[in-house]
Structures are given as C-alpha cells and as structure tokens.
Design a protein around this ligand. Structure first.
Ligand code: 13P
Length: 252
C-alpha cells in the first residue's frame, strides 16, 4: 500500500523568528494526526539546522528544495546531497518548475540531481508539470512523458522505490487556480501508467502528490481522487492552521 504524504515547500520565505513560530504551531497540531500519512517541510538551506533541532522528536520530517548533482568540488553556491545528510534531511525537492524556468534546469540536470539525492539516501520529490501554453497546445502528456523519461533512463525504474513524484501544473502554482480534481487525477493516472509500462508493482506503490494552489478548502476533494496521494504545498504551508488542515484532509 502506498503511503500518503503532505509536504510543505516554503520556497524563499521565512526567517528564524517566523520559522520558530510556524513550527511551534505545527508540531503539536500534526502530532495529533495519524502516522499513516507522512508529513514534511522543505525549507531554505540556512534553516536546516534549526529546523532539525526543532523537529527532532516530532512526526514531521524535513528536507531541502534543491541539491547539486555533483558530489563536491568547485561549484560556488551549491549544496551537495551529503551536506543535506549532515542535517538529517529525509527529502529534497528536485526539478521544481521555478528551478526549471528561472534557473534553466534541464530534464537531464534534474535527473542527475534525483540520482545524486538517492545515492545519498535522500528521497527526491520529483516535480513534473506543464505550462499553460503546453496545456493549451495539448502537449501536457508529451511534456510529462519527457520529464519522466529522463529520470527512468538515467536512474532506472527501480529508483521509483525510493522516490516521490509531484505533479505541479505550472499554471496552478501560486495563481490561486487549482487543477480540478479530475484534471489532476487524469495526469496522475497517466504518470502511474507510464511507470507501470516498466514495472506495474512499483507504479502501484509510488506516491504521487498534487501541487498548485492547494488550500484547506480544496485539499479534501483533491486527495480523495484514487491516484492522488497527498500534496506539495506552497503558500498554504506557511500558515500553520492551513497546513494542519491540509494534513488532516490527507487522512480523512
Ligand atoms: P502554491 O501552493 O503556492 O501554489 O505552490 C505550489 C508549489 O509550487 C509547491 O511546490
């Protein structure tokens, strides 16, 4: 049985005080929820140490939002998977559309990051998704197929054993425009079927999250769809009550 997961992506938000207040509310709020669902926050690098200290004994895991594909070396400004391990990270987001679009990360670079994360025992949260232009020109499935193919070619289908996929339609991120549950379900199924062509058992087990304007008010209907196994939450993960409500929706 695949596990549900609700992960917050804080993006470039927060500071020591705000993070402390947010986590002080999340820890008791989420400790009251069942552990059949996993919970996590993906935070900016500089806060990993304090987040680790704060979540040490909580049922919330933590991770980063990006990782270098390289082991070590002259890569100014980069952070390796091994470094993330020093701070007890469980997860790392790879291939978020903001990184693909603003920092030019190619499918190949994302696949290398995914592989680097797994090599060091981190679970990559692989983001895939189409832009509005791609959806309008009916190339959504082709775009997602290419994004997935890069991973399956480099890391192999067995890598899906230790990975989470997040379908995040770019047009739904931070726009308040959520994919309808059926729109999201259709792509989640497409993703699962794509993996099933290589290994149906792993496809049935891989956790596929939806991301893009998930709110307390729409989480339940999204998470009720058969192939949606939780969410990757941006804006609403910065508001304790909202994030807790979304976490609750994943196991209701
Ligand atoms: P929003 O929830 O703010 O739309 O962001 C989604 C996202 O990009 C999560 O990675």
């Amino acid at each position: 049985m695949r596990k549900k997961l609700v992960a917050g992506n804080w993006k470039m938000h927060g500071n020591l005080n705000e993070n402390d207040a947010l986590l002080s509310a999340l820890v008791p709020g989420i400790s009251a929820l069942d552990n059949k669902t996993g919970y996590a926050v993906c935070v900016p690098y500089p806060y990993l140490a304090t987040v680790q200290a704060k979540l040490q004994n909580a049922n919330i895991k933590w991770g980063a939002q990006n990782v270098s594909q390289h082991e070590k070396g002259a890569y100014t400004g980069e952070v390796s998977a091994d470094m993330l391990n020093d701070f007890g990270c469980s997860y790392v987001i790879v291939g978020h559309s903001e990184r693909r679009m603003l920092y030019g990360e190619s499918n190949q670079a994302v696949a290398e990051k995914y592989l680097a994360a797994q090599k060091h025992g981190l679970v990559p949260i692989l983001c895939v998704g189409e832009t509005l232009e791609q959806r309008d020109s009916d190339t959504t499935e082709q775009v997602i197929d290419e994004q997935l193919k890069a991973i399956l070619t480099l890391a192999g289908v067995d890598s899906m054993r230790n990975a989470v996929i997040a379908y995040e339609p770019v047009w739904a991120i931070g726009t308040g425009k959520t994919a309808t549950p059926q729109q999201a379900q259709d792509i989640h199924r497409f993703i699962r079927q794509g993996i099933a062509k290589q290994n149906s058992e792993l496809a049935a087990d891989v956790t596929i999250l939806y991301g893009g304007s998930v709110k307390a008010s729409n989480a339940e209907e999204l998470f009720a769809m058969p192939d949606i196994d939780g969410g990757l939450i941006g804006g609403a993960s910065l508001v304790a009550d909202d994030f807790i409500a979304i976490c609750k929706a994943a196991h209701s």
